[in-house]
Design a protein around this ligand. Structure first.
Ligand SMILES: [Zn+2]
Length: 511
């Protein structure tokens, strides 16, 4: 019998035995060594992953709906991961790094009515308190029909947009609308025109971001720092309508960032004499003001359950799990990789990243390791193509369609790519909009975001598709155990024979 057939039969047997005599209970999983794919995938269940997400949601609830780095909600998230790992027998390490914590700016309307508004941070903001008139600049509020392209609004893109408006006072606040050019260009024009602060908003026609109110003005289009000194703040669309009325005065208060020390959590499953390290990571923190259950409780929980269920395995290669702090700004993973010696970097055979793997209106996306769809970006480190193939074979075995996705620079594998380390990344979609063709592939809703609560306060426990999360938690476990035993396909280092890859043979999903 060919090896592939043996494996396939094994998975079928596991599936059958689960159906006839019940799956290995959590007791069995707690005591046995999950050193084969069949055993591991039987024990990494969506219920186990869900338990971690329930805990993270409870933490968010206890900490003002926030698990962002630099807050008590993140500290509690760290404590939960550390406790869970230690209960499973791991030694944990906290890797400290410094970052600039920006407290959210505040906005109060003081005339003609009084109101306090929920606000979002705009990166690159200056600091200070500005109290004065709010001056709308070339807005397209309520214009019918809405522009087909919501980016059509040119509010503040041209210096001439400010002509005829009185920004001569000592504390004038410009009200600017997203569209046509980047925030930093608009804010620079406002500053030059004499504004002392800027309020940004996104117009309602841009349906899938109408409730989005965070952004960045830190860099100019050419990549140079914008060096803005005036406070910048974001509000949601309905508030912008109120603020655009005649005679509005407001107070914008942007405190300065302070440097705080934050931590990544690391835990190792020691390997044999191979000297190879397989790294697996997910950012644990949320974006400010959000519970962050999809982004990125989902990835954090999946690798936590994988670590727990693999705790008794004696892998050939060392497996190093990482929960990154400030993954939303990529600071924790960057500080970690930058802090490694060349020798320590050379030991890392590959890095697997799990950031948003259970989006409510999900797709199954795999990082484009073979460059087949990303000709305009830099070639990923050699070996990344083989990691992509492993995930492809996994989805193919389950009969699930998948797509490759190019690297946008927006997750923690970026620093590993920069260090020349092969990477893999699974992703189920964020603020992008699902197409009709994708709904045919995966179901869901055409025209909605993959994650309608991306970076919003509604990113709660209810913002998860547990079927997608089940599939991807198993994908995480499958890939981690595979590379724990054998990275030959990726870097040519001979591994354990049982874990030779058989193309076309993947796992059965656990239920
Ligand atoms: Zn994320």
């Amino acid at each position: 019998m060919c090896k592939a057939c043996t494996l396939t039969l094994l998975f079928v047997l596991v599936a059958l035995s689960c159906g006839l005599i019940g799956c290995a209970g959590s007791d069995a999983c707690g005591s046995r060594t999950n050193d084969t794919q069949a055993k591991l995938l039987e024990c990494v269940t969506v219920d186990g992953v869900r338990k971690h997400l329930t805990a993270l949601q409870a933490i968010a609830d206890d900490h003002g709906g926030n698990r962002a780095a630099g807050t008590s909600g993140y500290d509690a998230s760290i404590a939960y991961v550390v406790d869970t790992l230690q209960d499973a027998g791991y030694e944990t390490e906290l890797h400290a790094f410094d970052f600039a914590f920006e407290p959210p700016a505040s906005l109060q309307q003081i005339a003609p009515v009084k109101a306090t508004y929920e606000t979002g941070n705009i990166r690159g903001s200056g600091t200070g308190t500005v109290s004065g008139p709010v001056i709308p600049v070339d807005l397209a509020l309520g214009e019918e029909p809405w522009p087909a392209d919501p980016f059509n609004s040119t509010s503040g893109c041209e210096a001439s947009d400010f002509d005829g408006l009185d920004f001569s006072g000592p504390s004038d606040i410009a009200l600017l609308q997203q569209g046509a050019c980047i925030f930093s260009a608009k804010a620079s024009n406002a500053e030059k025109a004499g504004a002392e602060a800027v309020i940004f908003f996104v117009e309602e026609a841009f349906v899938y971001r109408a409730d989005q109110y965070v952004g960045t003005a830190a860099l100019l289009l050419d990549g140079s720092p914008s060096n803005l000194t005036i406070p910048l703040i974001g509000v949601r669309f309905p508030q912008s309508v109120a603020l655009s009325q005649e005679g509005v005065e407001a107070i914008v208060d942007a405190a300065s960032a302070k440097v705080v020390t934050e931590v990544n959590v690391l835990a190792e499953l020691p390997g044999g004499e191979s000297g190879e390290v397989v790294m697996v990571g997910a950012h644990l923190d949320s974006v400010h003001g959000t519970p962050g259950i999809s982004d990125n409780g989902s990835g954090s929980a999946a690798i936590l359950e994988t670590a727990v269920q693999m705790s008794k395995v004696k892998p050939r290669n060392t497996v190093r799990f990482a929960w990154w702090g400030t993954g939303s700004d990529l600071i924790g993973s960057k500080a970690y990789v930058n802090g490694l010696s060349q020798e320590a970097r050379d030991e890392i055979a590959l890095y697997l990243n799990f950031d948003m793997i259970g989006s409510p209106n999900h797709g199954f996306f795999i990082f484009d390791g073979d460059y087949s769809d990303s000709k305009d970006t830099a070639l990923p480190p050699a070996g990344s193509a083989e990691i992509e193939k492993l995930f492809e074979s996994y989805y193919a075995e389950l009969g699930l369609p998948f797509k490759s996705i190019k690297f946008s620079g927006s997750s923690d594998h970026g620093s590993f790519i920069d260090a020349g380390i092969p990477v893999g990344w699974l992703f189920t979609g964020a603020e992008g909009v699902k197409t009709e063709e994708e709904v045919e592939l995966w179901g869901g809703t055409t025209g909605d975001r993959y994650d309608p609560c991306y970076h919003l306060a509604c990113d709660t426990f209810d913002n998860i598709n547990f079927e997608a999360l089940d599939v991807n938690s198993d994908a995480a476990a499958y890939s981690v155990l595979q590379y724990a035993m054998n990275t030959e396909e990726v870097n040519g280092v001979r591994g354990k024979g049982n874990f030779q890859l058989d193309p076309g043979v993947g796992p059965m999903p656990s239920k």
